[in-house]
Design a protein around this ligand. Structure first.
Ligand code: AR6
Length: 172
């Protein structure tokens, strides 16, 4: 019988994780930026930007994949989260799409382990409690179907975010 996939939250710099794929909270140009996007581009090296330039951008809620270049991760999945505009602009559905489309791409590329940052919860302003709840619910739903994925890591960047993820994981 198949083992259920492991889901857990840790505090780390996502660029250091040795997983099959890390997810980047990018913007629709895919030309890099601040936050986790900047950190991933710095750690992966300039070839990542060259690869991203060839992708022709990415719409909010969608995802595209590149190699990880100098990162320990084999792949980077670039997804574009919604900018928080109060919650009545389809933010929740768009954020859930980021997780769904990223996991689909990971499975298509035979990834068994994947790490997510808290998409949209930095510069894009999504409230962390709501972002974490959507992340966890959507990943759990998807893992019921995506049989190849064995481990999903929610990679938090602060103690406060880690507390939120751990609380939501224990409640839901
Ligand atoms: N490892 C893990 N998480 C990190 C790291 C890291 N190295 N650095 C930041 N975070 P953000 P967004 C966390 O702002 O809100 C960029 O300019 C951070 O604490 O990176 O989706 C893009 O180009 C937060 O919890 O992404 C876009 O323009 C989470 O990652 C825009 O920011 C996401 O914060 C996207 O904004």
């Amino acid at each position: 019988m198949r083992q259920p996939a492991l889901i857990h939250a840790i505090k780390a710099d996502i660029t250091t994780l040795k997983v099959n794929a890390i997810v980047n909270a990018a913007n629709s140009s895919l030309f890099g930026g601040g936050g986790v996007d900047g950190a991933i581009h710095r750690a992966a090296g300039p070839e990542l930007l060259d690869a991203c330039r060839a992708l022709g951008g990415c719409r909010t809620g969608e995802a595209k994949i590149t190699k990880g270049y100098r990162l320990p991760a084999k792949f980077v999945i670039h997804t574009v989260g919604p900018v928080w505009r109060g919650g009545n602009h389809s933010e929740a559905e768009l954020l859930a799409s980021c997780y769904r489309n990223s996991l689909k791409l990971a499975a298509e590329h035979h990834c068994r382990t994947i790490a997510f940052p808290s998409i949209s919860a930095g510069i894009y302003g999504y409230p962390i409690e709501q972002a974490a709840a959507i992340a966890i619910t959507t990943v759990r739903e998807m893992l019921a179907d995506e049989r190849g994925i064995e481990k999903v890591i929610f990679c938090c960047f602060s103690d406060r975010d880690l507390d939120v993820y751990r609380k939501v994981l224990s409640e839901k």
